[in-house]
Design a protein around this ligand. Structure first.
Ligand SMILES: [Zn+2]
Length: 207
């Protein structure tokens, strides 16, 4: 197991972009009952902290806020999952050059517009750069941070090379930073290894 890879509850974060890691919290959508790592509001917030989308103090503030009103956490989880699945449909359609999924794009647009409406424009005097700052204090704010990451991925999709894993029982998405952009597995040591073992067994049977 590669110690450099971050893991949440055993799940590897190998997407190369937090929004792709968010989409990869499902294993695997081709199965009748896909496994979902984000089963509670707590797991959603803790995963977001590990992925670097919220700080530890923001995580603590959101968990405290949620403990004061449980309904907000349940709504955040349900909206985060809806955002994730819409985003998945949009990204997969884009990288496979399939027709645009209008319903998913509509949901994404509404979420991203809401994030921008609640964000403030920050100026970094040291680097002379502007950026949108999305506040994160109440339980529901985690959805805004996830939408902000989704926004960043969508707007940079043409500049990066996003692939879908070709491993068996795997549909994870990842940024291919390899020379020549020919990487086909999310994790060469796992998905790639399964394929290599199958090929060598098939070869041995033919001998
Ligand atoms: Zn894979």
């Amino acid at each position: 197991m590669n110690p450099k890879i971050k893991r949440f509850d055993g799940l590897a974060l190998v997407g190369g972009h937090p929004a792709l890691d968010f989409l990869n919290t499902v294993e695997y959508r081709g199965r009748a009952a896909p496994g979902d790592t984000l089963r509670s509001f707590e797991s959603l917030v803790q995963w977001s902290a590990l992925a670097g989308l919220v700080s530890r103090s923001e995580m603590a503030a959101m968990l405290a806020s949620e403990s004061r009103g449980r309904a907000q956490g349940a709504r955040a989880l349900s909206d985060a999952i809806a955002l994730r699945e819409a985003m998945y449909a949009v990204v997969v359609a884009a990288i496979k050059r399939e027709p645009r999924p209008s319903q998913a794009i509509g949901l994404l647009e509404r979420r991203l517009r809401r994030v921008r409406a609640g964000a403030s424009l920050a100026y970094d005097t040291h680097n002379s750069t502007f950026s949108w700052q999305v506040k994160c204090a109440r339980a529901y704010d985690v959805v805004a941070r996830l939408a902000d990451a989704a926004d960043d991925l969508l707007l940079s999709l043409d500049a990066i090379s996003v692939h879908q894993c070709r491993g068996p029982n795997c549909d994870w998405l990842f940024v291919d930073r390899s020379h020549g952009h020919r990487r086909v597995w999310c994790q060469p040591a796992t998905c790639g290894n399964v394929v290599r073992v199958r090929r060598s067994r098939a070869g041995a049977r033919r001998l």
